[in-house]
Ligand binder design. Structure first.
Ligand code: ADP
Length: 162
């Protein structure tokens, strides 16, 4: 069985991520979306909230699981018996960072390959950070995120504004 892991912060998941997940689910028997628990990176959504939002947004895909991990990705891949890491590419600026990560992971776990999937053009400008900023300033992010995420963003910012 071919198993791929799609790791990321997903703070929050966007339609760009979902596009990559849908494409991956057609290429592999099982895709595990693995939300990184990074103690040094301040996130808007908690780990549990990020996992729940992804689950709600990928319910239509039978071979997709959602999980979280902390520590070294290579160890997690080994534990899950995964043969591939999925990463999405939007632009040349993504490429340099992603290339370094792929080479580092190849050195750490040589039996796993990184597979890059190119985003559809309509998602090329969509990022979690851009969506958060736009939503905070009252912009309409309907076309960029699943409906549950839009509602989650509105709720977060209502709390913040008080
Ligand atoms: P990270 O902190 O690991 O970069 P992200 O959640 O920002 O986590 O991104 C996870 C992966 O999804 C990365 O490979 C990133 O390039 C990719 N990605 C993010 N947004 C998009 C998008 N709109 N289209 C395609 N890929 C994307």
């Amino acid at each position: 069985m071919s198993i791929a892991v799609y790791p990321g912060s997903f703070d929050p998941v966007t339609n760009g991520h979902i596009d990559i997940v849908e494409k991956s689910s057609r290429l592999f028997d099982k895709v595990i979306i693995a939300v990184v628990h990074n103690v040094t990176k301040k996130a808007l959504f908690t780990l549990d909230e990020r996992v729940a939002l992804i689950k709600e947004s990928t319910g239509h895909l039978d071979n997709v699981e959602v999980d979280c991990f902390s520590g070294l990705l290579a160890n997690y891949l080994y534990e899950k018996n995964a043969g591939a890491i999925i990463r999405g590419l939007r632009s040349i600026s993504d490429f340099e960072y992603e290339m370094h990560m792929a080479m580092m992971n190849k050195r750490l776990i040589p039996e796993v390959d990184t597979i890059f999937i190119i985003a559809d053009t309509e998602y090329v400008f969509v990022s979690s950070s851009g969506v958060k900023e736009a939503a905070l300033l009252g912009g309409d992010v309907t076309s960029m995120v699943p409906p549950q995420v839009k509602a989650g963003l509105e709720q977060k910012y209502r709390q913040i504004r008080g």
